[in-house]
Design a protein around this ligand. Structure first.
Ligand SMILES: Cc1cc2nc3c(=O)[nH]c(=O)nc-3n(C[C@H](O)[C@H](O)[C@H](O)COP(=O)(O)OP(=O)(O)OC[C@H]3O[C@@H](n4cnc5c(N)ncnc54)[C@H](O)[C@@H]3O)c2cc1C
Length: 458
């Protein structure tokens, strides 16, 4: 049996920096990875998809060359082998970087294999038995595959197997109209596929406000992506084209015939094969590990970080989990998950940057609030770039004058949102932004203008 000060399971966004902190503190640490170093973000999530979104954007702009005053000789053709090679190079660089940095750490033992708890302080990997008084679980999640009728009769893709696709699907049917599904849908449409999105709910990205959902739908439909909503009873069957997807919607044909199907209907945590029962770690009904505000599980000496604790589903939430745990352990700095403000982006083009509460959440909270909305078509930076789709929306508390939430759906929205987010963290009133001089020409320079339009919620 090998003894360590700490064991870390998984090399996602939290495990590797935590291993470095243990190493810097002169502690011995074992870190275990069963698949690719860097986890979801690096290998099958953010990094590869945003790299491909960039290729799709370039093709889209090339097709719009006439608007910008240039011509492309012949049709814009996309070579999927080269798109994949570029994606593999960018993603591979990060994957290699994570592995090399872990292997270069002092006092750190890197093990490859599936880790399983034998008890709360014993972890088995391959034929090795490891013991530590502290263990950190950073096992992430994977695509959810629902037991829908016909699911075993038709080959389907997930975000992971999409990474091996080096050809252009003739007609990609994306099941799931949320963040992952929409990004793949738009990028493949821009690569040249016919794309249909099938969504069970009455609108896309159902957690967002109605106006955001509708605008996103408009943006996608303008690129001739087919959208089928209210698809209550989705089922799959073999078809000569590839797959028949029964959508049973209120409007339109009852079936969609695609050559390929991408399942993007949510994620499940990788906690079912970890021996959590042997360690006595409690999970919720969906398998997420229950944690407190400092990310401690119910078992002393065991923590859970990242997607597997159900407290966030993003790279930045997982990394923030690392910061919370490390600051509590090494800096005696009392930090908690409740300190953070919800923030994320949807990387369609133009992107959606979001922070804080939605309008619906604000209304539900019963507080008195003000709202301002401004179209991107009136933002000079946007029309200079011929990228005028979308709007900016900001909500503030009528009494404290603090920002409650915002959505920036438009060019640069993923960056601009941070202006509002940081003022929210500062707990400063919105008037700080209103009085600030911003740089021209930017999207952010309009934030003070938007804030002059605040009026009570209708
Ligand atoms: C298509 C897609 C696009 C995304 N885009 C974005 C984005 O733009 N921005 C964003 O913030 N987030 C994005 N996300 C979400 C983001 O990728 C995840 O939230 C993030 O990677 C979660 O990190 P993590 O640290 O929790 O775990 P992960 O990165 O999932 O890592 C967990 C690691 O643990 C390993 N592991 C699991 N079980 C074991 C075991 N028993 N033994 C040993 N090792 C094990 C796994 O192999 C994996 O390497 C995207 C996700 C997807 C699917």
């Amino acid at each position: 049996m090998r003894h360590f000060d700490a064991i870390i399971i998984g090399t996602g966004q939290a495990g590797p920096p935590l291993a470095a902190r243990f190493s810097d503190a002169g502690k011995t640490v074992a870190i275990i990875e069963r698949n690719k170093f860097g986890g979801t973000c690096v290998n099958t999530g953010c990094i590869p998809t945003k790299t491909m979104v960039a290729s799709a954007y370039a093709a889209h702009v090339a097709r719009r060359g006439g608007e910008y005053g240039f011509t492309v000789n012949g049709d814009v053709g996309v070579d999927m082998k080269r798109v994949k090679a570029r994606k593999d190079a960018v993603s591979g660089r990060s994957n290699k970087g994570v592995e090399e940095s872990l292997r270069g750490l002092k006092n750190c033992t890197v093990l490859q294999g599936h880790a399983r708890f034998q008890s709360s302080n014993i972890v088995v990997v391959n034929d090795q038995v490891l013991r530590a008084d502290q263990a950190y679980i950073n096992v992430g999640g994977r695509a959810f595959v629902p037991e829908m009728p016909g699911i075993h009769d038709v080959p389907f893709l997930t975000n992971s197997s999409m990474m091996d696709v080096d050809f252009l699907p003739e007609h990609l049917v994306v099941i799931g109209g949320s963040y992952v599904g929409l990004e793949f849908a738009q990028m493949y449409r821009r690569f040249g596929s016919e794309v249909t999105i099938v969504e069970m709910g009455p609108r896309l990205i159902g957690r967002e406000d109605q106006d955001v959902s509708e605008k996103v739908r408009e943006i996608l439909e303008a690129e001739r992506i087919h959208i089928r909503l209210n698809a209550k009873c989705i089922s799959l069957a073999k078809h000569e084209r590839g797959a028949a997807v029964r959508v049973d919607c209120q409007e339109g044909e009852p079936e969609v015939f695609g050559t390929h199907v991408l399942l993007a209907v949510g994620r499940v945590p990788n906690t079912n094969d970890l021996g959590l029962d042997k360690a006595g770690v409690a999970t919720d009904q969906r398998g997420y590990i229950k944690v407190d505000d400092q990310l401690r599980t119910n078992v002393p000496g065991l923590w859970a970080l990242g997607d597997c604790n159900g407290r966030g589903a993003f790279t930045h939430t997982s990394y923030n989990d690392y910061e919370i745990v490390a600051d509590n352990l090494f800096n005696a700095d009392h930090r908690g998950v409740s300190d953070r403000i919800q923030a994320y982006a949807l990387y369609i083009d133009p992107p959606l940057g979001r922070c804080g509460m939605t309008d619906a959440e604000i209304r539900k909270s019963g507080r008195r609030a003000l709202i301002a909305k401004y179209p991107m078509s009136r933002v000079s930076r946007a029309y200079e770039k011929s990228e005028t789709q979308g709007f900016m929306k900001i909500c503030v508390d009528a009494e404290t004058r603090q920002i409650l939430g915002a959505a920036i759906l438009g060019t640069g929205g993923d960056e601009v949102i941070h202006v509002l987010l940081d003022v929210m963290y500062a707990k400063a009133p919105y008037t700080v932004i209103q009085r600030a001089m911003h740089i021209h020409p930017t999207v952010a320079e309009y934030l003070p203008t938007v804030l002059t339009k605040l009026e009570p919620f209708a």
